[in-house]
Design a protein around this ligand. Structure first.
Ligand code: RB5
Length: 155
């Protein structure tokens, strides 16, 4: 499985720390920058990685900023992306198992390096369960496509 990882400046050091540790765990990780911790906006980094995940260049992505919030919002603006911002293991697992999330986000100012690695490992090793969750995830794609017919049908 091919994994792309990016961040803004606030999470540069955490990202650089995580990459070799993820590779040691056997993950095929491509670093998508930035190359330095110079101040930069989170939107371009998140959106570029999200586009690459949506295009199939990566199977899953990891996008990190200070809080995890801004970069997850940027990722979620890209069609086909389900980015989940998490800070504990249960949500990292559920993001994959129930929501079929394709990008994991977290905050470098929220979690430490060991928790960050554990979040990544949980996310990257959990499979989507399918079943009853398939229709639910499909409704997210319908919303993205502007099809709101399922709302009137359900509410
Ligand atoms: C940068 O200071 C910070 O605002 C950014 O990393 C992120 O937390 C935004 O959501």
């Amino acid at each position: 499985m091919k994994i792309g990882i990016t961040s803004d400046h606030a999470a540069h050091d955490l990202r650089v720390d995580l990459i070799p540790r993820l590779r040691e765990l056997g993950h095929d990780v491509t670093d998508r920058g930035p190359a330095s911790a110079a101040r930069t906006n989170y939107a371009p980094w998140g959106a570029r990685l999200a586009g690459e995940v949506a295009a199939g260049e990566f199977d899953l992505g990891i996008a990190i900023c200070g809080s995890g919030l801004g970069i997850s919002m940027a990722c979620n603006k890209v069609k086909g992306i389900r980015a989940a911002c998490v800070s504990e293991i249960y949500s990292a697992r559920m993001a994959r198992a129930h929501n079929n999330a394709n990008i994991l986000c977290f905050g470098a100012r929220v979690v430490g390096p060991d928790v960050a690695l554990a979040l990544c490992q949980e996310f990257l090793t959990t499979q989507f369960e399918g079943g009853r969750h398939t229709e639910r995830v499909a409704q997210l794609s319908q919303l993205e496509a502007g099809d709101t017919s399922f709302i009137e049908a359900a509410c």
